[in-house]
Design a binder for this molecule. Structure first.
Ligand code: HEC
Length: 148
């Protein structure tokens, strides 16, 4: 391409990018992008629904559990430090002696029949609620890889 032709193209491009309607277009796209939630946040939002339906009767909406019977999830060192064991517990159930925040529990949590996506979503919710923080998203694929 000749030099003149090339600069002409450049001018067109610059003018094209600088006109007002296009600018508005770009800022609209930016607003839309900001409004779209991250995959983690979307999973947390779905997990909140699962939690309310399936888990909150025992672990309570506050995540604090019920003294001596149902261990807490809020601030639980079990949940925050034993990622794979926690996924396994929610997927397949958990029973017998465990210690959560220095307190012994010896109860039974049955498997709840959730699919891998529901387990991932509810894990992301519990791991990011009540002060718990876990940036590394639990995916259905990770849940699928956790065997009994
Ligand atoms: C019927 C009551 C019940 C329901 C419903 C229930 N759990 Fe549990 N959960 C328990 C009990 C009891 C234990 C402790 C089991 C033990 O002592 O071995 C437990 C333990 C746990 C633990 C490991 C210990 C801790 O506190 O960190 C996690 C994580 C957990 N539950 C998450 C969930 C999630 C998520 C759901 C909903 C999908 C759920 N539970 C539903 C009763 C329940």
């Amino acid at each position: 391409m000749g030099k003149i032709c090339y600069s002409a193209l450049l001018v067109i491009l610059i003018l094209g990018c600088n006109n007002t309607p296009k600018k508005q277009g770009v800022s609209n796209i930016e607003t839309t992008i900001n409004k779209v939630q991250s995959p983690l946040q979307q999973s947390i939002d779905r997990g909140a629904v699962v939690y309310k339906k399936v888990c909150s009767q025992c672990h309570r909406p506050s995540g604090k559990g019920i003294a001596n019977n149902y261990p807490p999830l809020a601030g639980s060192n079990w949940l925050t430090q034993k990622r794979l064991e926690s996924i396994k517990a929610v997927k397949y159930g958990l029973k017998g002696n465990i210690i959560v925040n220095q307190k012994p529990y010896n109860g039974v949590m049955s498997a709840m029949g959730l699919n891998n996506t529901q387990v991932a979503d509810v894990m992301n919710y519990t791991m990011n609620s009540w002060g718990n923080k876990q940036k590394e998203i639990v995916t259905p694929k990770e849940v699928a890889s956790v065997k009994k």
